[in-house]
Write a protein that binds this ligand. Structure first.
Ligand SMILES: *[C@@H]1O[C@H](CO)[C@@H](O)[C@H](O)[C@H]1NC(C)=O
Ligand SMILES: *[C@@H]1O[C@H](CO)[C@@H](O)[C@H](O)[C@H]1NC(C)=O
Ligand SMILES: *[C@@H]1O[C@H](CO)[C@@H](O)[C@H](O)[C@H]1NC(C)=O
Length: 602
């Protein structure tokens, strides 16, 4: 860039020829160049300089006119940090004087080159803040023999010190990620939690000063386009950095700058775990599938039968006296499999069968008990619903989000049908929305049928601070969390590079994983208890068995009574028959006697 209309007029033929040669040389290297007067640049290129990719603006001299035009006509409106700059300076020029009324902001790469011995020495200049001291660092040297020696460190490794620059940092009471600590006079003395840790490390690494501020609202966009809460403070230049769990939403990205994401998390609604678990009717036969059960049944029959068979043979050989009945033996085998003893036998074949049954029973009992115990101890709960749609259809649940937060605007401006109905029918009725996640989750526990939308990592840390068990619904969306910066902030680069360093060194993860102790943390008991409903099937089985037994007994009794009666009747009949027979006999005898008598009489 040059100031005068025609460089040929002012710089002479030699200089112009060199310039043309340089242009030709660069174009061979596929570097596009344009030689332009500053006033033409303003009128022709203007704001569209953003279309030039990675531009390097070069001033071939530091004439008063060039400097004047640059500092007066270009520097005030151009985004100084977008292009890189290079000024060739005369040896006698004082760099500080040259930049007297140019603000070279912190993230701007501005280089000056001066002749030094046989070559050039390139210095980079920047200011930490408007009006602050101009900082000059050696950037590179060049001469004929060595060529250019460029710096080994990256931009923010060279500019890693803010020399006590003051940042106003704002946060919000949002345990566990950000908490505000105050002294007795209620003045803010610092932040705690994950963001407190990050800010502390950044302050140490960047050598800056922090002024702590607080706010009680996250910030959302009003209808007239202005923002409330912490986002509003950033936009209105009331603060420089917002260190809190800010979700990077599209609307916010339009309004403010964000640092690189610190972590990402899932957004979803949480409800209180239902108090009852379903009755597990299948628990008692579920440990084995049909196959093992049938094998078990068959082996009971087979072993029972073989014992009976052996006993029968031995009884036939008169070695043993009483052959047991098959049903008794099978019942005995079943008992053995359930861990009962069996009647000992003095016969070796039977002993061997007993041994096999007992070994088998031991293994099966162990496997069965293990499966049964674990299925009883692990509780599954019937969720009333698992999706937001279910929550809406259920109709008995209230629903809340943190007030004035990205969560709220998420619902306000959603294209999802279910969520927008949820917003207009349920969410807007909530008058007293919680101001942070802890408050919301406490509400979930304390109030009847209350669902609350939050992020996973908050629940992971807060679940020990609330007095019920929270269960998640399906994920609504994934979100990234970053710190907010003022829209024109030049410090994003240094913050990002420091944050990336924290991430690469694992410090960020350590901060994320550390438990920030909260008041009222309760040690969750590790035991899950077995309630009466869990063993209901067993009780039912017992009751049914008892009833069946009683029924059998009753029927047996009746049958027995009938039998006795029948026997008595049979006896009576037999006696009767005998009597009749006897009487017939007597009659016959009488008849005979009568005949004899009559014959005698005759
Ligand atoms: C930090 O900044 C102060 C100026 O506020 C300066 O005196 C000090 O030397 C700096 N510390 C380091 C390690 O550079
Ligand atoms: C937007 O509205 C709020 C109040 O509703 C007001 O405080 C603010 O000044 C308005 N902003 C603009 C830019 O009009
Ligand atoms: C949602 O946000 C976009 C961008 O900010 C806006 O253009 C649109 O009108 C909003 N929609 C609703 C329903 O508020």
């Amino acid at each position: 860039m040059h100031a005068t209309k025609d460089p040929i007029d002012t710089q002479g033929l030699e200089a112009t020829k060199n310039l043309m040669e340089l242009q030709a040389y660069l174009s061979k290297k596929y570097i596009r160049t344009a030689i332009m007067e500053i006033s033409i640049f303003i009128s022709k290129v203007g704001q569209s300089y953003y279309h030039i990719k990675r531009p390097l603006f070069v001033f071939l001299n530091d004439n008063e006119e060039t400097k004047q035009q640059f500092s007066r006509d270009v520097a005030p409106w151009i985004d100084m940090s977008y292009p890189n700059w290079l000024v060739f300076m005369k040896n006698e020029t004082n760099i500080d004087d040259y930049f007297d009324d140019i603000y070279v902001q912190f993230d701007c790469t501005f280089m000056t080159s001066k002749i030094y011995l046989e070559g050039e020495i390139i210095t980079e200049v920047y200011q930490i803040d408007r009006g602050a001291e101009l900082r000059k660092n050696l950037f590179a040297t060049w001469n004929h023999s060595t060529g250019i020696l460029t710096p080994k460190l990256s931009l923010y490794q060279r500019r890693n010190n803010l020399f006590g620059h003051t940042f106003r940092v704002m946060s919000i009471e949002d345990p566990p990620q950000s908490m505000i600590s105050r002294n007795i006079k209620n003045e803010i003395i610092g932040f705690k939690g994950f963001f407190g840790g990050v800010i502390e490390l950044l302050q140490k690494n960047m050598n800056c000063t922090i002024i702590y501020q607080d706010n009680d609202e996250w910030g959302y966009e009003l209808d007239n386009g202005s923002w409330t809460g912490m986002i509003g403070s950033l936009i209105n230049n009331k603060t420089d950095i917002v260190a809190a769990e800010l979700m990077m939403t599209a609307e916010r990205l339009d309004a403010i700058k964000f640092t690189t994401p610190l972590y990402s998390t899932k957004i979803r609604a949480f409800i209180k775990r239902p108090s009852s678990s379903p009755i597990k009717w299948a628990a008692y036969y579920a440990p084995f599938s049909m196959g093992p059960w049938s094998i078990l049944g068959i082996s009971i029959l087979v072993t029972g039968a073989s014992i009976s068979f052996v006993k029968y043979i031995e009884a036939a050989n008169k070695i043993n006296d009483e052959p047991a009945s098959l049903t008794d033996t099978i019942l005995g085998v079943f008992g053995a499999l359930c861990g009962q003893g069996m009647e000992a036998s003095s016969l070796d074949p039977i002993r061997i069968i007993h041994f096999v049954i007992h070994m088998c029973g031991l293994v099966i009992l162990a496997a069965y008990s293990a499966a049964l115990i674990s299925s009883l101890a692990v509780k599954t709960f019937v969720m009333p619903f698992t999706t937001m749609k279910g929550l809406l259809q259920d109709g008995t649940y209230r629903f809340g989000v943190v007030s004035g937060s990205a969560d709220y605007s998420f619902f306000q401006n959603t294209s999802d049908e279910v969520l927008s109905v949820l917003f207009s029918e349920i969410l807007v009725k909530e008058v007293d929305l919680p101001s942070n996640y802890l408050e919301g989750l406490t509400k979930v526990c304390d109030e009847y049928n209350y669902a609350f939308m939050t992020v996973d990592d908050a629940v992971a840390q807060l679940s020990s601070s609330v007095n019920c068990i929270l269960v998640p619904l399906d994920t609504i969306s994934q979100t990234s969390i970053g710190m907010g910066l003022r829209p024109g902030s030049p410090y994003r680069g240094i913050l990002d590079s420091n944050l990336l360093l924290l991430r690469d060194s694992g410090l960020m993860q350590r901060l994320l994983n550390s438990d920030w102790a909260l008041p009222g943390d309760n040690e969750d008991s590790l035991w899950s208890t077995v309630g009466i409903f869990d063993i209901l099937p067993l009780i039912a089985f017992l009751l049914i068995s008892i009833i069946l037994c009683l029924l059998c007994l009753f029927i047996e009794k009746i049958i027995e009574k009938k039998k006795i009666k029948l026997n008595r009747e049979i006896k009576i009949v037999r006696k009767l028959k005998l009597n009749i027979k006897n009487s017939l006999k007597f009659q016959a005898r009488d008849n005979k006697l009568f005949k004899i008598n009559s014959r005698i009489l005759k």
